[in-house]
Design a protein around this ligand. Structure first.
Ligand code: PCA
Length: 192
């Protein structure tokens, strides 16, 4: 079964999203992965992601997004059941103080081994950290949605989220090199 890697399209006035740029390159090295570029739209993105999980039934899910202002690759450990958008999504929606799924846990933990992936990255000279705060925007929303959906489904698919710095702050090929390591690590753990 394939590994599914998702990224986001552009938003916030930028022409490109570092995660989509990196994913395009990653696919060259790992042609076997399946990919989806999600729009920064709080209705369409979670819907497309859930549909891809149902259709592909991947062996692992790695979600990517860009984080303005970050200077290192952030391996996100925790998704929060909260929508608190600091800017509107592409359709103009700006929920604040709302739950993603009512009656569901306040947080869900990544099911990929993020600490082990961090160790692999730092051992290979990459600037990366664990983060417990993925924001309260689209990245957190799709991260929480995926973990919630998978927790309730028969699909066995560990999942995690990675924030990349903006392309203007950090060379995309460095992000791609780090993601190569992540994918190799996930492939190894999916097969063991
Ligand atoms: N970053 C935003 C959403 C899309 C993206 O790439 C976020 O951090 O929520």
């Amino acid at each position: 079964m394939p590994i599914l890697v998702t990224a986001f399209g552009p938003f916030d006035g930028r022409e490109e999203n570092a995660s989509a740029l990196a994913l395009r390159e990653l696919k060259r090295t790992f042609p076997g992965i399946r990919t989806r570029i999600l729009p920064v739209d709080s209705v369409i993105a979670p819907m497309r992601l859930k549909r891809a999980l149902r259709i592909l039934r991947p062996s692992a899910l790695i979600m990517l997004g860009e984080g303005a202002g970050i200077r290192q690759i952030q391996l996100e450990t925790t998704a929060w059941n909260e929508l608190d958008f600091r800017i509107p999504d592409l359709a103009g929606r700006q929920p604040t103080g709302r739950l993603i799924v009512s009656g569901a846990p306040a947080q869900r933990r990544a099911t990929l081994p993020m600490r082990r992936l961090l160790n692999r990255l730092t051992a290979n000279g990459h600037e990366a950290i664990l983060s417990h705060q993925p924001g309260r925007y689209l990245c957190n929303q799709v991260f929480y949605t995926a973990l919630h959906f998978l927790a309730d489904s028969a699909i066995h698919c560990p999942a995690g989220f990675i924030h990349l710095p903006l392309a203007s702050d950090y060379p995309v090929d460095r992000s791609v090199a780090a993601l190569n390591q992540v994918l190799a690590g996930v492939q190894a753990s999916a097969c063991s």
